[in-house]
Design a protein around this ligand. Structure first.
Ligand code: K1U
Ligand code: ZN
Length: 176
């Protein structure tokens, strides 16, 4: 069974203004291996089920520095789990992309970020890796690494746009 079809337990996705979304996640060490092995399949299952193209550990209430992403079409999944991801280079050129967030459901806004990034990370087996990304993958990696630092996409918006969006979210959540 592939990771996009896994039956691993789904995890509840925490919704803004949950405080763990504003916390900084801590680096993963070899002592966390069992927890990482347990969480990775469940984070993929939760991301695909949402559906979403990324998920950071803060969003499921864990403060381990790990994210999962897959921006490929559903028919040809390209799942990636990144442990201790860090941006080691970013372009001066910027790109603007409409972003959403599974922790800020049904609210979208254009966010401007560096167009390309180079990310260093470990895979779940502990192998050191680097990836260069542009387009949607670049925006998604930056969005997920922001989560690990307690940063949300709404932080990039003007106060006016942010307050409008968060008021809409609060209204929608009240009606649930
Ligand atoms: O971290 C998250 O909250 C996941 C978020 C990631 C993201 C989206 C857009 C730009 C940057 C980062 C999402 O996946 S929101 C849902 C979404 O974008 C989507 C859902 C289904 C199909 C395609 C996209
Ligand atoms: Zn998000």
């Amino acid at each position: 069974m592939s990771v996009s079809e896994t039956s691993a337990p789904l995890l509840p996705i925490l919704i803004y203004p949950e405080s763990v979304l504003r916390k900084v996640a801590r680096p993963i060490t070899p002592a966390d291996a069992d927890e990482v092995r347990r969480l990775v399949p469940s984070m993929f299952a939760t991301m695909y089920n949402a559906p979403g193209i990324g998920l950071a550990a803060n969003q499921i209430g864990s403060l381990l520095r790990m994210i999962v992403v897959d921006v490929a079409p559903k028919e040809k999944p390209e799942p990636m789990a990144l442990i201790n991801p860090e941006i080691i280079a970013k372009s001066d050129e910027t790109a603007t992309q409409e972003e959403g967030c599974l922790s800020i459901p049904d609210q979208y806004a254009e966010v401007t970020r560096p167009a390309r990034v180079k990310v260093r990370y470990q895979d779940p087996e502990g192998m050191k890796k680097e990836i260069e990304a542009e387009g949607l993958l670049s925006a998604c990696l930056q969005h997920e690494i922001d989560h690990l630092n307690g940063v949300l996409f709404v932080d990039y918006l003007s106060a006016l746009k942010r307050n409008m969006l968060l008021r809409k979210l609060a209204k929608a959540q009240k009606g649930r």
